[in-house]
Ligand binder design. Structure first.
Ligand SMILES: Cc1cc2nc3c(=O)[nH]c(=O)nc-3n(C[C@H](O)[C@H](O)[C@H](O)COP(=O)(O)OP(=O)(O)OC[C@H]3O[C@@H](n4cnc5c(N)ncnc54)[C@H](O)[C@@H]3O)c2cc1C
Ligand SMILES: *[C@@H]1O[C@H](CO)[C@@H](O)[C@H](O)[C@H]1NC(C)=O
Ligand SMILES: *[C@@H]1O[C@H](CO)[C@@H](O)[C@H](O)[C@H]1NC(C)=O
Ligand SMILES: *[C@@H]1O[C@H](CO)[C@@H](O)[C@H](O)[C@H]1NC(C)=O
Ligand SMILES: *[C@@H]1O[C@H](CO)[C@@H](O)[C@H](O)[C@H]1NC(C)=O
Ligand SMILES: *[C@@H]1O[C@H](CO)[C@@H](O)[C@H](O)[C@H]1NC(C)=O
Length: 620
């Protein structure tokens, strides 16, 4: 067996240490000699000094002068961007450009546009909708540059990241990290920040046999900014399977992996965090380090599942790879009072929902997952569900689905067993004729994890309570209920996956439920309406919580204002994570809403306590 060996560059210069990395962009590193006598760029030394009460904001006396920003830009070889929000083209002022405005308006709903912009997050509510499409009905619209990050470093080498980290820490400036920008809760943006844009660290190398962190088998070196569609291409090119996000432009190893990361193959292979065998990371002191089960073990544990962008900036990883597997999907619909799908009375509809969910344990035990949407449609209800099953033939999967269809038939829902769609490999199941890209959602979500044990006995009080919580959410609340039903157990996580900071509530869950409303995000809702909309939504989420009292929520598709977030998003790992955070980042350089130790900070000026990121960051 060929042993996996890290590329090792013997630094011939000053420090005489060996420096390890996965890809050439990581060979370009900041040296002590580069920062000599330059207090702006000096490395930090731990344990670090107590920082000021507030981060320095543009316009403050101690905000670095234009000359010092220009000097930073020179060390970055010109990679510093004074970014302009694209929709500024629609407002009077120096950036007004009618043709560009039309172009931006046309593209602004596409992830392909938003992910290629250095500045903007997908969820503009996270900055208080500071530069919305002017045609929105809110006549108070303006384009407020001050709400966005002040500068962006377009990082394409490790050295760029180190320079940005050192400059920000030495000048007490807030740091934000944008990869694709998909984040739902605003962890990727902040007013007056120095934003580190890590979108151009794309590379892949297949390792047919690797031996790292207690794992022996096939693996891949991965650049930190690979997106789902990139991974699909590498799977095809190398005849392998890799875990990846569910949508084409979500980044695989940024927020997705660092918050857990579930996929359609998660019940079989675990979460994205479970795939990681080693990491290359720039830490808050500006150093570039390797982390695995032996070296920097604390970081290795914390970054995998302990929350994105809070312990360091990941530049690459080595992850598990698997043989190609077939993949089958089966979709079905139930409806009341509409013209398509199985049309049933409302009581039968809700019995059908319970029947479907009574099969979740069986689906998960077979290593499959389910997802569904339940909502109001006209005067009735609609359910769309899909079961996804790796490693079964079409006929095996059809037989597998038969008992569910038969149970539905027994209660009077006359659907027939749909012929599964079957694909010889996972990438083929994800094929999109028009290439990657999806919509940009400016939405606030809520999340709850429903434990597997509730579903083990469909005749139990607990199961009935869960079903009734879902029904009330839709029937009385009027919201759409969405869930993805997977079970990323510790056993599936394996080695080294089971040793990580992944939320323990995910390990025992079988259903990840989400909801949102149309009033919580703006820009056409006033802050008062946004708060009221969100309060109403949380009132209905409370039914989910009452039905799952000891469980938690999934941080990557959850609420920026999650109550008791420490317990719900991190469970019993919080204390350990907190001590690693204090040891590794005493400066509080990295901050993310709902992140570990984020309770020690507040964003000033947020109207009515909206959990938005545009103001100055201060100690709470
Ligand atoms: C359309 C859509 C589909 C989704 N599908 C899924 C899904 O199937 N499963 C699932 O689990 N989640 C899913 N999500 C949620 C997803 O996990 C989060 O949005 C996640 O934050 C995206 O990470 P990103 O790196 O692409 O985005 P970004 O918004 O760029 O970054 C998110 C966070 O990660 C940090 N970060 C990014 N890169 C790095 C890095 N290199 N080092 C350190 N910190 C970094 C950022 O600071 C920020 O805090 C989906 C979201 C959307 C919008
Ligand atoms: C940084 O330098 C590049 C190249 O000289 C230049 O194009 C860019 O505008 C500069 N950035 C800032 C913020 O001045
Ligand atoms: C960012 O850097 C990459 C090179 O890594 C370059 O291709 C791209 O054009 C740059 N983007 C901007 C907006 O400067
Ligand atoms: C892909 O891998 C599988 C199993 O590892 C093997 O059976 C198959 O022949 C390979 N296909 C190609 C085209 O190499
Ligand atoms: C259709 O909607 C009406 C009005 O809401 C309701 O009274 C009726 O029971 C519904 N029919 C079915 C089949 O659910
Ligand atoms: C617009 O501004 C007015 C006056 O400040 C305020 O009363 C109103 O609520 C605002 N509208 C929105 C949609 O924010």
């Amino acid at each position: 067996m060929v042993q996996y060996a890290r590329l090792v560059l013997l630094a011939t210069c000053l420090i005489g240490q060996s420096i390890a990395y996965n890809f050439p962009y990581e060979a370009v590193q900041l040296q002590e000699s580069d920062v000599a006598n330059n207090p702006d760029l000096a490395f930090g030394s731990l344990p670090g000094e107590i920082p000021a009460d507030c981060k320095t904001f543009p316009g403050d006396d101690d905000w670095p002068s234009t000359q010092r920003w220009a000097a930073l830009n020179a060390t970055l070889n010109g990679a510093l961007i004074r970014a302009v929000p694209p929709l500024a083209a629609c407002y009077q002022g120096p950036f007004y450009n009618a043709a560009k405005c039309e172009d931006v308006k046309r593209q602004s709903g596409s992830s392909l546009f938003a992910k290629e912009d250095p500045l903007i997050p997908f969820g503009m509510w996270q900055l208080g909708n500071p530069c919305p499409i002017p045609a929105s009905t809110n006549l108070n619209n303006s384009c407020n540059f001050a709400s966005f990050p002040a500068y962006v470093v377009n990082a394409s080498t490790v050295k760029h990241i180190q320079l940005a980290v050192n400059f920000a820490r030495n000048n007490n400036i807030r740091v934000t990290i944008k990869n694709t920008g998909h984040d739902f809760i605003g962890r990727n943006t902040g007013g007056g920040a120095l934003q580190i844009w890590v979108h151009h660290m794309k590379a892949f190398e297949y390792l047919p046999s690797a031996s790292i962190s207690g794992y022996e088998g096939a693996a891949g070196r991965v650049g930190a900014s690979l997106e789902q569609y990139d991974l699909l291409n590498y799977m095809n090119a190398n005849n392998i399977t890799l875990l990846c996000p569910g949508s084409s432009t979500v980044g695989a190893y940024g927020g997705f992996m660092q918050g857990g990361g579930f996929s359609y193959m998660t019940t079989k292979f675990g979460l994205m965090a479970d795939q990681v065998l080693s990491l290359e990371v720039v830490t808050a002191d500006g150093k570039f380090v390797h982390a695995d089960l032996e070296e920097n073990k604390d970081l290795f544990w914390a970054i995998r599942g302990g929350g994105p962008g809070n312990f360091g900036i990941v530049t690459s990883a080595v992850v598990k790879a698997y043989e190609p597997i077939p993949f089958a999907t089966s979709t079905f619909e139930l409806r009341t009072n509409t013209t398509s799908g199985a049309q049933v009375p409302a009581e039968t509809f809700w019995k059908g929902i319970s029947t479907y969910f009574s099969h979740l344990v069986r689906i998960n035990d077979a290593k499959g997952i389910g997802w569904n949407n339940i909502g109001k449609s006209g005067r009735g209800f609609t359910f769309t569900g899909q079961v996804m099953m790796p490693s079964m033939s079409s006929s095996e999967f059809s037989s597998f689905m038969a008992p569910l269809i038969s149970d539905l038939n027994k209660i009077g829902i006359t659907i027939t067993n749909p012929t599964p769609k079957w694909f010889p490999t996972f990438p083929e199941s994800q094929f999109r004729p028009n290439g990657p890209g999806e919509g940009v959602a400016n939405r606030r979500l809520v999340s709850r994890l429903f434990p597997r044990e509730i579903f083990e006995d469909p005749t139990s009080k607990e199961f009935a309570k869960a079903m009734s919580a879902i029904r009330i959410f839709v029937e009385e609340g009027g919201y759409s209920f969405h869930s993805v039903d997977y079970h990323p157990s510790l056993e599936t996580a394996g080695t080294p996956g089971s040793y990580s900071a992944v939320n323990p509530h995910l390990r025992t869950a079988i259903m990840h439920a989400t909801g949102f409303d149309t009033q919580s995000a703006g820009p056409d809702a006033t802050p008062e309406q946004q708060i009221a909309g969100h309060t109403r939504l949380r009132k209905y989420v409370q039914y989910w919580i009452n039905a799952t009292p000891s469980s938690g929520s999934y941080m990557n598709e959850g609420d920026a204002a999650e109550p008791e977030f420490q317990e719900r998003l991190y469970g019993e790992n919080y204390e350990q994570l907190y001590s690693i955070k204090k040891k590794r980042d005493p400066w509080g350089l990295f901050y993310a809403v709902t992140g570990v130790a984020s309770e020690e900070w507040v964003v000033e000026g947020a109207q009515l306590g909206l959990p938005i990121q545009q103001g100055r960051l201060c100690r709470a």
